[in-house]
Ligand binder design. Structure first.
Ligand SMILES: *[C@@H]1O[C@H](CO)[C@@H](O)[C@H](O)[C@H]1NC(C)=O
Ligand SMILES: *[C@@H]1O[C@H](CO)[C@@H](O)[C@H](O)[C@H]1NC(C)=O
Length: 566
């Protein structure tokens, strides 16, 4: 039946059309032949003039593309200028319960592309990274730029997703549109595969919500809601402290294979995203689940505000005797105390109080000085307080930026002294290496047995293109206006260009201690595009408030989310 019907259409309609067209063509041709030579020349002239006018106006049109593009986003839904295709219009509305009240951010003034030479260089770096990814790893998580291959960690096209708002902020319209189309057509959360709750929340959920707020394009909210629903089973534990892993297809959650415990920083660095999802959808279940974790941790016994790095989802208690650190597995617990307080319009007092107590604890227990030159660093406490290890992860270099943000929000101004000291130390971890790139982990000299303040073990000498120090440079620059931070950022950017750039992208290196033995690792992390290059671009902007810290809070993966009034 169906094919018979089709035949009818195929035979019937085209024939009719053809006849009409032929008839029209014939009569035009006859009219043309009846014109005088003068009339015909006149028509040729008119076409020629029209042609040159079009040529003249095309460049102006191109200039106005970006403006047009940004203005349309104001009305909700990013529309592609200068093309017939209008993505986003034919999408179904997300099935959202309750009131929908998007925070529309006025970005029309801001994202026109680079205005300084340094920003231009950063955009070129981004394009270089993107080109390699597009050619050899499109749709996969990571580019392996040397082997021209890809790596899949969760199989979610992570590089594309992590880069969306970076491209939007850099004014890279064409690249942004390619990425948007991929998200719309190909991003699915139905792989039968375990993912890490924290990583997927900060990279994927955070990015989708951020670009949703910047553009008003509801396709992103629809995807974010779908993902949020698949992550929620993690919270179905006896205590409410989530499991670390979940299969997005079966929606089964479980602890990591190597331990019954979750990482403290992981379970406490998902609240900004889950809260924002609830605010966008009008459904409180996401915020409720994640905020409960913060309340639980608030109620646990701490060491002067400092927390052990493991917590048990069954009991809801810390694993006593686990390490206390501002590095891996501890770091962003402290970050999200402050940022949650800011996100909710400074209305949840315990978050601020726990943050201020923690900074006091850091000053008391973790901040030490090197011999001979008195560099301030943050060490680690092992085995429930028995041992102090003079070791600092590069991850810790996020803290000065967070401290400055807190002072900006009215917290004790002496925090800025610690921020200044740590900025200087983190800078030294770069400046003292022959590559001018920091290692993953630095050890500090407290005994004065030799003249070096810091040293690096062979196994810790890698650089993964991480953003944390650049992030702090941007906060410090935005909040103080001191251009020294731009100069430092530029030197580090140049080092990335010199030692990590390869033909098809940028690569992690295994050894920052030698310019002739870099041990390139053939891996481009998604945070290089999502965070490192974004923070560099923001750092080099003439407009210090390109992302205004009174309006946005950056999640742990550099995705800006709006600040609410409560
Ligand atoms: C957005 O900002 C621009 C430039 O500052 C301003 O002209 C425009 O009126 C603003 N739009 C809205 C909706 O607030
Ligand atoms: C800017 O920051 C640098 C590095 O911390 C510092 O040495 C310098 O004194 C600061 N300049 C001003 C004007 O505060």
């Amino acid at each position: 039946m169906v094919s018979a019907h089709k035949d009818h259409v195929l035979v019937g309609i085209p024939v009719l059309n053809e006849t009409t067209d032929l008839r029209r063509n014939k009569s035009v041709w006859r009219t043309w032949n009846q014109l005088s030579r003068f009339q015909r020349s006149l028509i040729y002239m008119i076409f020629a003039v029209l042609f040159f006018m079009i040529l003249y106006f095309i460049p102006n049109n191109t200039d106005s593309l970006i403006i047009n593009y940004v203005e349309t986003t104001q009305k909700g839904g990013l529309k592609k200028s200068g093309s017939d295709e209008v993505p986003g219009q034919v999408l179904e509305e997300p099935s959202l319960k309750g009131g929908f009240d998007p925070v529309q951010v006025n970005t029309s003034r801001l994202f026109f592309g680079p205005t300084t030479q340094q920003q231009k260089a950063v955009v070129e770096a981004f394009k270089h990274a993107w080109q390699g990814y597009k050619e050899f790893a499109w749709g996969h998580d990571n580019l392996k730029p040397i082997s021209k291959n890809y790596y899949d960690w969760f199989g979610l096209g992570l590089t594309i997703i992590d880069s969306l708002d970076t491209m939007y902020i850099m004014g890279l319209q064409r690249e942004y549109e390619e990425a948007r189309t991929w998200v719309d057509k190909h991003l699915q959360f139905t792989h039968d595969r375990d993912v890490n709750l924290f990583e997927v929340t900060i990279r994927v959920l955070g990015s989708l919500l951020s670009i949703y707020h910047l553009t008003g394009d509801r396709m992103y909210l629809q995807k974010a809601t779908n993902l949020g629903d698949r992550l929620l089973p993690c919270f179905e534990t006896p205590s409410g402290v989530p499991y670390s892993d979940v299969n997005l297809h079966t929606m089964q959650a479980h602890p990591p294979r190597w331990s019954p415990d979750s990482s403290t920083a992981e379970v406490s660095t998902i609240q900004l995203e889950f809260r924002d999802l609830s605010r966008c959808t009008g459904d409180p279940k996401y915020e409720d689940a994640a905020a409960k974790v913060s309340v639980i941790i608030h109620g646990l016994k701490k060491t002067d505000g400092l927390v052990p790095i493991f917590i048990n989802p069954q009991s809801g208690e810390f694993r006593s005797y686990s390490t206390i650190t501002l590095g891996a597995r501890g770091d962003s617990y402290y970050e999200y105390l402050l940022k949650q307080w800011l996100q909710t319009g400074k209305t949840i007092d315990y978050l601020r109080d726990d943050y201020v107590a923690a900074i006091k604890g850091i000053e008391k227990h973790l901040a030490k000085k090197t011999v001979p030159n008195g560099l301030v660093f943050l060490g680690e406490i092992l085995a429930g307080g028995k041992d102090f290890k003079p070791k600092m992860d590069h991850l810790t270099c996020y803290l000065p930026g967070t401290l400055a943000l807190g002072v900006h929000a009215g917290l004790p101004s002496k925090h800025l002294k610690l921020a200044d000291d740590l900025m200087n130390t983190c800078y030294q971890t770069y400046a003292q290496q022959p590559t001018f790139l920091a290692p993953e982990i630095t050890y500090f000299n407290m005994q004065g047995e030799n003249s070096n303040d810091l040293y690096v073990k062979t196994n810790d000498a890698h650089n993964l293109l991480r953003p944390e120090f650049i992030e702090s440079l941007w906060y410090m620059y935005q909040l103080t206006g001191n251009t020294t931070y731009q100069e430092w950022g530029w030197k580090i950017f140049e080092a990335f260009e010199t030692y990590t750039k390869v033909k098809n992208g940028y690569t992690s290196i295994g050894n920052v201690k030698s310019v002739t033995n870099l041990k390139r690792r053939d891996m481009m992390e998604t945070f290089f595009l999502g965070e490192t290059l974004k923070y560099l671009y923001l750092l080099f902007s003439d407009d210090r408030k390109l992302i205004d810290l009174d309006k946005f809070v950056m999640n742990s993966e550099a995705h800006p989310l709006p600040i609410y009034s409560s």
